[in-house]
Design a protein around this ligand. Structure first.
Ligand code: AMP
Length: 307
């Protein structure tokens, strides 16, 4: 049982209405791995970092069961750097800086030891790189999940459409679903996007939960109403990590099991936003996760007597 995760490992600078950090560990693959390793190991990571990425962070990931044979370390370049500032509602943000650095000429090589993986999580990254990983796999994984963002829709739409033909599940937020489909209605957007390749579509709506579409079915997972939201950075990637972690653990790729997986993803994301960067994710235990999932069950559980 193995899971390959692909994405960025980065430094982030984040400003929210509650504070500011100039340099904190981030990156899509970091969040995905931190979340998914609660459910399944080994996680086989594919990414790239520069000379400045802290060894302690790599060691911490290894301790959690994340294999780093597929993480290239470039001796003379800096790691990917992203900086963002959140608006007061915390649901929207402005990207201030995206310094690709090592990412500019990343040419991932899938290690032989990763071949045969059953699950592939393509975290937010250049679609060309996502496609290259799919093409290097000698056996197609049981499930390929892809996360992306407006940045790639703006600058690499053709590449994104190409890779979409090869994936099973796409994860985007509501704005991105509208941008990709040109439709305002999310139901119409879902139909159009599922016509581009993915059989399943997850539309994340921040503090308003997430929708899972498949054929004519739709399922909704709420987000937990939280008293304190400090920093939403990485919540989408953490959601993806919880989702694929649950699927890889249960090895069940049915729509029914994906419903559970989006609840698990939402539960993990609810921890992520409680502290800056990945700090909270590093603290949580399996029993914290179990009680948080129980809170989700209580949130939507009700009896009704129709007269
Ligand atoms: P999220 O809040 O889930 O969208 O993820 C935020 C994380 O994604 C940050 O840690 C960034 O380092 C990383 N990130 C931001 N922009 C990009 C990008 N264009 N490609 C890949 N990763 C990115």
């Amino acid at each position: 049982m193995s899971l390959i995760t692909v994405g960025t490992m980065a430094f982030d600078a984040i400003e929210t209405p509650f504070g500011k950090v100039d340099k904190i560990i981030g990156g899509s693959a970091t969040y995905v791995a931190l979340a998914a390793s609660n459910f399944v190991t080994p996680i086989q990571q594919i990414s790239i970092v520069g000379y400045d990425f802290p060894k302690e962070e790599m060691d911490d990931l290894k301790k959690r069961g994340v294999e780093l044979d597929g993480v290239e370390i470039v001796a003379d370049k800096k790691s990917f750097f992203w900086s963002g500032k959140y608006h007061l509602d915390m649901n929207s943000r402005d990207t201030l800086i995206t310094d690709l650095n090592v990412l500019a000429d990343f040419n991932p090589i899938v290690p032989d030891s990763y071949q045969g993986a059953e699950f592939l999580m393509l975290g937010n990254l250049d679609p060309k790189i996502q496609l290259s990983v799919i093409n290097q796999l000698k056996t197609r994984p049981k499930l390929i999940v892809l996360d992306t963002m407006n940045f790639w829709m703006d600058i690499a739409l053709d590449g994104l459409k190409e890779v979409l033909k090869k994936v099973d599940v796409l994860l985007v937020n509501d704005g991105e679903a509208r941008q990709l489909s040109g439709e305002v209605s999310l139901v119409k957007a879902a139909k159009k996007i599922m016509g581009m390749g993915p059989k399943f579509l997850i539309i994340k709506k921040g503090e308003h939960g997430a929708l899972l579409f498949h054929e004519n079915h739709v399922f909704f997972a709420p987000a937990l109403p939280l008293e304190e939201v400090f920093d939403p950075t990485g919540a989408g990637d953490t959601f993806a990590g919880g989702f694929i972690g649950h699927i890889a653990k249960t090895k069940d790729i049915s729509f029914e099991n994906m419903k559970t997986a989006i609840i698990v993803g939402s539960a993990l994301a609810s921890f992520c936003v409680e502290k800056f960067g990945p700090n909270k994710l590093k603290e949580i235990t399996k029993s914290d996760i179990a009680s948080r999932i129980d809170e989700f069950v209580q949130l939507v559980n009700f009896d009704i007597d129709l007269v």
